[in-house]
Design a protein. Structure first.
Length: 310
């Protein structure tokens, strides 16, 4: 039993990194771009088209999504528990290192003067300044690791999202994905579509439409282009689509990556869920071995396992 939990635990964070690294290959691309640059689809890291955007990363590197997930993991490993202020500090240090691919809302929040002392107040103010409109997927893209904490999943998912993304649509997305991952990894009954909608209603009714859409669609592409690029609910629906409709890790990875849009983030969230569902052993070796910073990821996962699983 314990080794199965460990396999799904590792599968979740590897899934996130792999989805992010391969998804970079189609990030911001339309259907037409993808069929021009990848006539037979994108399947391997070494196919990643080297245009101005993509050649800033080496093949097999992940982007901001996994960087921020690792900020949370590193802070938890340091504290041997969850300290929101230390997670915020790790976010800020990372933002100040001029990372590639950082989202505009995230950058704005993390670089406001007294963020490190009052992250929740600063994050709330930034949301208020957006006239309560900003609901990007920057909280959702890093929430996988929260599902691996042994307890208080909902409270931790809410707070860690609010460190940069205050909108209830962002917070609700994070809670649903973290609770789903937690249940899958620890072998608890995963939330059904109806249970997810019950959770969603506590945050914003609009989330329910995206859950239903994910359930109903047989193809992922209409979900990717259903609404704004980078919108948290688009990423949520793509990730849930993969959970319900993909019959293997690889099938879900390739479907989401080859749909384009905000592909690195969509695939990072989708594949964290698929890794938690199918386990590390079910991830094809080439995706694991092709990750440029595999050793960093292994070290972080091993430290986190020591804290989370007794
Ligand atoms: Mg990214």
């Amino acid at each position: 039993m314990k080794h199965e939990i460990i396999d799904r635990f590792r599968g979740c964070l590897y899934g996130q990194a792999i989805g992010d690294a391969l998804g970079l290959g189609t990030e911001c691309m339309t259907d037409e771009d993808i069929s021009w640059k990848y006539p037979n689809g994108l399947q391997h890291y070494n196919q990643i088209y080297q245009d101005r955007h993509r050649k800033r990363w080496e093949i097999g590197d992940w982007t901001d999504d996994t960087d921020m997930m690792l900020c949370i993991a590193d802070a938890v490993n340091e504290d041997k528990g969850v300290n929101f202020l230390n997670i915020a500090k790790h976010f800020k240090v990372w933002a100040e290192s001029m990372p590639m691919g950082i989202g505009s809302h995230t950058y704005k929040v993390l670089t406001i003067g007294d963020y490190a002392e009052k992250p929740f107040e600063v994050s709330y103010m930034a949301w208020k300044m957006s006239r309560y409109q900003s609901a990007a997927n920057g909280g959702l893209m890093r929430t996988s690791v929260v599902g691996l904490f042994p307890r208080e999943t909902t409270a931790c998912a809410e707070k860690i999202c609010q460190l940069t993304h205050y909108d209830p649509r962002c917070v609700g997305s994070c809670v649903i994905v973290s609770e789903l991952i937690h249940a899958l990894v620890y072998g608890i009954e995963p939330p059904t579509r109806y249970k997810m909608k019950d959770i969603a209603k506590q945050y914003d009714m609009e989330i329910c439409d995206y859950i239903d859409n994910a359930w109903a669609k047989t193809d992922v592409k209409p979900l990717v282009y259903y609404d704004n690029f980078g919108y948290t609910l688009v990423t949520l629906s793509v990730a849930l689509w993969a959970y319900w409709h993909a019959s293997s890790f690889e099938e879900g990875l390739l479907a989401v990556v080859n749909a384009g849009g905000d592909a690195d983030t969509n695939a990072a969230v989708a594949c964290a869920i698929l890794g938690a569902k199918y386990g590390f052993h079910a991830i094809p070796k080439e995706y694991v071995d092709g990750l440029l910073y595999k050793e960093t990821l292994d070290k972080t996962i091993d430290n986190l396992l020591n804290i989370c699983i007794k």
